[in-house]
Each structure stands twice: as C-alpha cells, then as structure tokens.
Design a protein around this ligand. Structure first.
Ligand SMILES: [Zn+2]
Length: 277
C-alpha cells in the first residue's frame, strides 16, 4: 500500500525479482483460490488485466504486476468503462499483484489479487506508445506541507473519479492521503455514504489504492473488519493532521512480515500452466 520513492521501489522490485526469479513465472494453475490476509497471502488461478481497454491504460508495466482475482480485473475494467461514460479521461492503472500474489518487498499489500493502484490523474491522456507509458510521472495533488490539496492541481474530476471507484461493488476500502480525504469531506454534497470507504493513509498523494472485499466462495480469504460507521470526516481524520504538528519520531525498527499461510507455499512452488498462446 505504501509506496516508497520511485527509484527505491524500482530497485527493490528489480532486486526482489532477481532473487525470487518469479518475474517470468505465470499464475499458479487450477481454480481460483485466494488464501490469507492483505498482510500475508497469495492467489492461484489469477488472470491478467490487458495493457489497455475502454477507459484505462496500464502504466509502468515493466514487471508482471497486473494479475488479480477475475472479479478484481472485471471491476477495474468496469471502473474504466464508468469513468469513460462519465466523460473522464483514461485511468492510469498501476500495480495489482504478481501472478501468484504474495509479498512484494517495499510495497505492502497487493498480496491477494484484490488490490490495485490507480493514479490520480484527471488530465487528458495523449495516445502514448507502451514504451512511453513506462515513464509516466504523475504529480502529487497534495500541497507540500500536507495540510490540503494543491488547488493548482486538484480538480472536481479527481473527486468524481474517487466517487466512481467507491461506488463499485464489493469495495472494502480506498486509501488516499489525509488531505484528499479532507477535501472530499468538505466538498461532497448530497449522498455522503461513499465517503465511509475512503480512508486516510500515509502517502497516496498521487495515486489511490483500492481494495476489494474477499470474493464469495473463498473460505481461505481472511476478510478484515469493515470501516467504522459514518463518513470518517471526524476526529479520526483530524488525528492525521495532528501528526503533522508532532516532532518527528525516531524510525521504528523494521518488523518481520507476518508468515505466509502454509497453503501458499504449494501455490508459490506449483509449475505454471502452459501458455495459452
Ligand atoms: Zn497500493
């Protein structure tokens, strides 16, 4: 979920794939199984989002990170269609999961094929080659001091995109920078129920992270609790801004990631299904 600086991320991913050798590994064959939690889990039978489709384009697809549960892929395609119908430019979709999910060093979450990063870019999208789409940079929509969105960059279309995403079926949560949540709290009129699913988190100033609920028929998928009732425009949001006034804390020692469920070992070690083409 958290996204370190891009260079660091690229380095970590490259190193991780070099070590694991999984970049070329396809999905584990067999029926779809989602195993574990957002913090530690995996997926078998994942499917891949096409590089582009109505209303969306993948960007920065150097690595094989566009795999997910078939319902996740269908809902991302639905979001592209709905954004297109609403007159919004193409979405820039980034990481979903690797073909079998599992931990991704330097980038929490994205382990079950149920989460995706979508860039907060509401500008018109020129027709770019796939090579050019590798190098896309999207600016933060948040002021450098973190206390509000940047009025020179934030537009009503950013809010429309987040609302469309939150109104998709089966959304568990959407993570955005606290300043974005605050802006939505202040500007949303009419139905505010969707704001409950928009949750503040560190970073997430140039992209949002969408997490879908455990799909039906997946008893091994560990579903976390729903967000608290209400629109979240309350003390829980103010807490994030209070942190900006606190002296910086010494970095906490790195914690060992939770162990993968035992069933994931077989998923990770299974031979790939034969290529379909
Ligand atoms: Zn993410």
């Amino acid at each position: 979920m958290g996204r370190p600086a891009k260079l660091t991320l690229a380095f970590v991913l490259t190193a991780a794939f070099a070590i694991s050798g999984r970049a070329e590994t396809g999905p584990a064959p067999g029926p779809v199984r989602v195993i574990g939690s957002n913090a530690a889990g995996c997926i078998a039978g994942a499917v891949e989002l096409p590089p582009e489709g109505p209303g969306f384009q993948e960007i920065r697809f150097r690595h094989s990170v566009f795999w997910g549960h078939p319902r996740t892929i269908a809902l991302l395609e639905l979001l592209g269609q709905r954004a297109h119908t609403a007159g919004l430019p193409d979405l820039y979709i980034d990481e979903i999961s690797t073909p079998r999910g599992g931990p991704n060093p330097g980038h929490a979450g994205h382990q079950l094929g149920l989460e995706a990063d979508i860039w907060l870019d509401a500008g018109p999208k020129p027709a770019l080659t796939r090579e050019q789409r590798q190098e896309i940079e999207v600016p933060s929509v948040v002021r450098p001091d973190g206390r509000a969105v940047d009025p020179a960059i934030w537009t009503e279309d950013h809010a429309r995109l987040l609302r469309l995403a939150a109104l998709l079926p089966d959304v568990d949560r959407i993570f955005v920078n606290p300043a974005i949540k605050q802006q939505l709290c202040q500007s949303t009129t009419g139905d505010r129920s969707w704001l409950r699913l928009i949750r503040p988190w560190w970073g997430h100033a140039a992209h949002f992270h969408i997490r879908f609920r455990c799909p039906a028929g997946q008893p091994e998928c560990v579903q976390g609790p729903p967000p608290p009732p209400g629109d979240g425009c309350d003390a829980s949001l103010r807490w994030w801004f209070d942190q900006l006034d606190q002296p910086p804390k010494p970095p906490s020692p790195p914690r060992a990631p939770p162990p993968l469920p035992a069933a994931c070992r077989a998923i990770m070690d299974a031979p790939s299904a034969p290529a379909r083409h």
